[in-house]
Design a protein around this ligand. Structure first.
Ligand code: MN
Ligand code: MN
Length: 294
């Protein structure tokens, strides 16, 4: 990896971590979910980076892909187990990290530290030539030894420039055939639950991604290309399109109808168990893995 690329990853990592810390800090009883998003995005843009996807604020049995929107009225309550998942990029080089915090209570500290410990053993085991299956096995045994289940259908992922999920996945159980190679950038993200150990699709989220121009024409095509130009292939949120103009919501609905823009489903625990998550992004080196979101 070129020194200039490493430098950009390190910067993205530093900013992603600062933004995540700020997001976790503001989670409190009565605070709105969207306040977390505002703070996170402020830190990212203030430091000259760009959000790589809408901030995920996933509460209790919600595992991932929930993002609040302005005026949705969602506020934290005492006892909520909140996962904040933040990604940003510098010139397309992405850092992705996440953390769990409990609002006002301490009932889930063990499940929160279980994913922290699972992430640490996973990262210690990463290196050139290591099988993803073995990393997953380490995550699984740490989480089960603490009395919980890993979420078996959520996994970490390789990252490439402007590509958040690029092929290789890092499972949270001992499964898979991929081999990790030096120079790869990996987001590793153990999830634990006291539920079934699996997430299922729920309602559609406000996290959007492009799927291709299809049969779009005229103003719709122009709008689609505006999105592509702005966010590349990265996930985005409706309100990020505000600067397109007053008709951005109408345009979004139209391109969705053409199948050119899709929304990710919110992922919830199959038995409504509570979920915790912790995530770092690492660069695989000949000696192991360097955490860029530390
Ligand atoms: Mn993430
Ligand atoms: Mn990730």
């Amino acid at each position: 990896m070129a020194a200039s690329v490493i430098k950009k990853y390190l910067k993205a990592g530093k900013v992603a971590r600062k933004a995540l810390d700020r997001g976790i800090e503001v989670c409190d009883v009565g605070v709105s979910y969207f306040d977390v998003v505002k703070e996170v995005e402020r830190v990212i843009t203030e430091r000259g980076a760009f959000p790589a996807f809408p901030v995920n604020v996933s509460v209790n049995h919600v595992g991932a892909h929930y993002t609040p929107y302005p005026g949705d009225g969602m506020k934290f309550e005492e006892g909520d187990v909140v996962k904040v998942d933040v990604g940003c990029h510098v010139d397309g080089f992405i850092a992705d990290n996440a953390m769990t915090v409990e609002v006002g209570t301490n009932r889930y500290s063990n499940m929160i530290s279980a994913v922290e410990d699972a992430l640490n053993v996973a990262i210690e085991s990463v290196g050139d030539g290591v099988k993803t299956k073995d990393v997953g096995k380490n995550i699984e045994s740490m989480i089960t030894s603490r009395g919980y289940k890993p979420i078996r259908n959520l996994s970490g992922h390789a990252i490439k420039r402007y590509e958040l999920h690029s092929g290789l996945s890092v499972p949270n159980i001992g499964r898979g055939r991929d081999v990790i190679k030096k120079g790869m950038v990996l987001a590793i993200e153990p999830f634990a639950t006291d539920g079934k150990g699996k997430v299922v699709n729920s309602t559609t989220s406000e996290i959007l991604h492009i799927k291709g121009e299809r049969r779009l024409k005229d103003e719709d095509l122009k709008f689609y290309r505006w999105i592509e130009e702005r966010f590349d292939n990265l996930p985005f949120a409706s309100y990020w399109c505000r600067s397109y103009g007053d008709d951005h919501l109408k345009r979004l609905n139209r391109v969705k109808r053409f199948g050119s823009v899709m929304s990710y489903p919110v992922l919830i625990e199959a038995n409504k168990g509570v979920i915790t998550q912790r995530e770092h992004t690492v660069i695989v080196t000949s000696k192991g893995a360097k955490i860029i979101t530390r």
